[in-house]
Design a protein around this ligand. Structure first.
Ligand code: 5AD
Ligand code: SF4
Length: 445
């Protein structure tokens, strides 16, 4: 992990002692980016990152409660920090993110060794917490979130997350996000443009626009207009965005993606279920046929687009027939990849209180079947790429094999190539020589 500063700086006889912070992030890209903002603030406050909670003066958990599993993981890690605090009572423990928002002061009841609690809409208050240095909680709705610019400490100098829209108004019946991240608020386009111009100036080549539903972006322009403006920024070579909502994916937007050279040929378009009955219960705002139409329009207008999706197995009321419809949908659509999850009942959501909850063992079986079908499809698609040439942005050494470099195609597929340090950070063309389920092997051409 990057160390920002030297352990101790001596400037004109003044000794500045830095404190160590350990940050553990759970959940989605939005949380990963929020942690970059937390790091940005901490850097200004003179903190150094550490890999171990044992050596930290400040321990931060940026939490996720979208599914129960993520929540359990956090609580078990939080439990382990109790002994650190016993040994060194002066350390501070801070819980941020969606569990912080959801639980509020209950966290203090569940874990009395926690010092600060703040939700995703209140990251800007972190500085105040640290300076006051006493028990604190901030979980209020923050209507100004879209116009508060925070310092961001990004990990790499190549690819950057950029928030364009906060919160969500969709209230899918299974989802806790509108309760934790608040109502939808678009960031003014001039803020986004100025951030991206700065990123380009400092050498970033790829940006990923972030929002729960980027398609509903609206400030003085809509999402298509924003993409058109961003596409003109010199130095930025690739533009991506997550997540798209099928109900708001317009023909105009599809045309825009197709027109703009920097916008990559990949869309993450969560389907959730292949059964229109279940989609209705989920409050998704589209039928399976509506979704198919969008897919066909995307494929018609954007050559070789890769499409990925999310699927929920075992939503309340899901029958064997509904499940079969989802499996058929996977076969019919042929996604490049999916994330699939067992339905997890979440407090306050409508689905948690619905009748006909599906037993855990059936959810597990259905999930397994879904993954098995999709794995075969992904493998087949990746194999079919063998012999084709793709542009990749070389990101650095592969995490699993230090003799390889890794990069992504415009279609967001990971390609490993033989190591040649000179191409890190560059866009190069590679021929795919082997297509596997989770990655591709390539050679520069
Ligand atoms: N149970 C299971 N999966 C969920 N998701 C969101 N909420 C739940 C839940 N309660 C999944 C959806 C969404 C992705 C980010 O997480 O598929 O698209
Ligand atoms: Fe959750 Fe639906 Fe909003 Fe996505 S669109 S964050 S699934 S409520």
């Amino acid at each position: 992990m990057t160390k920002w500063l030297q352990e101790c700086d001596i400037t004109y006889g003044l000794i500045i002692m830095y404190k160590n912070v350990y940050i553990r992030t759970f959940g989605c890209q939005m949380n990963v980016h929020d942690s970059e903002k937390i790091r940005g603030i901490l850097q200004e406050e003179g903190y150094l990152l550490t890999d171990s909670p044992r050596t930290a003066d400040l321990i931060i958990f940026n939490t996720c409660n979208i599914r129960q599993k993520a929540e359990q993981k956090f609580y078990s890690e939080l439990g382990r920090t109790k002994s650190h605090k016993k040994k060194r009572p002066e350390i501070k423990i801070l819980v941020a993110g969606c569990i912080a928002q959801h639980e509020g002061e209950n966290i203090f009841k569940k874990a009395s060794h926690v010092d600060f609690v703040f939700g995703p809409q209140n990251i800007h208050m972190l500085k105040g917490f640290l300076r006051n240095n006493k028990f604190f909680i901030a979980t209020e709705d923050n209507p100004d979130i879209a116009v508060i610019d925070l310092p961001v400490e990004r990990g790499d100098g190549l690819k950057a997350w950029v928030t364009i829209i906060y919160g969500c108004n969709n209230y899918c019946s299974y989802c806790v996000v509108p309760y934790t991240r608040g109502p939808e608020r678009s960031r003014p386009s001039e803020y986004i443009l100025s951030e991206v111009i700065n990123l380009a100036y400092t050498g970033y080549k790829e940006i990923t626009l972030l929002g729960q539903n980027v398609n509903s972006y609206r400030s003085n322009t809509d999402f298509s207009g924003l993409l058109r403006k961003l596409d003109t920024i010199e130095g930025i070579e690739r533009i991506r965005f997550v997540t798209s909502h099928p109900k708001d994916l317009s023909d105009e937007l599809i045309d825009t993606i197709s027109d703009l050279p920097k916008v990559c040929e990949h869309i993450h378009l969560p389907l959730q279920s292949g059964s229109s009955n279940i989609l209705k219960l989920m409050n998704r705002g589209y039928t399976y046929d509506d979704y198919l139409e969008k897919i066909s329009s995307l494929r018609k207008k954007i050559l070789n687009i890769s499409i990925t999706s999310d699927i929920i197995a075992g939503f309340p009321g899901e029958t064997d027939k509904d499940h079969l419809l989802t499996m058929n949908a996977l076969k019919e659509i042929q996604f490049d990849g999916i994330f699939a999850f067992k339905f997890s009942p979440r407090q306050y959501t409508r689905a948690a209180g619905m009748e006909n909850q599906v037993p855990e063992n059936i959810k597990s079986e259905r999930l397994k079947e879904i993954l098995r079908i999709q794995d075969n499809i992904t493998e087949r698609i990746n194999k079919s790429l063998e012999g084709t040439v793709h542009e990749i942005l070389v990101e650095g050494e592969s995490k699993t094999d230090s003799s390889k470099l890794t990069g992504r195609t415009r279609t967001n597929k990971i390609v490993n190539i033989p190591k040649r340090d000179s191409c890190i950070g560059k866009l190069i063309n590679v021929e795919i020589i082997l297509g596997r389920k989770h990655s591709l092997k390539g050679k520069p051409v």
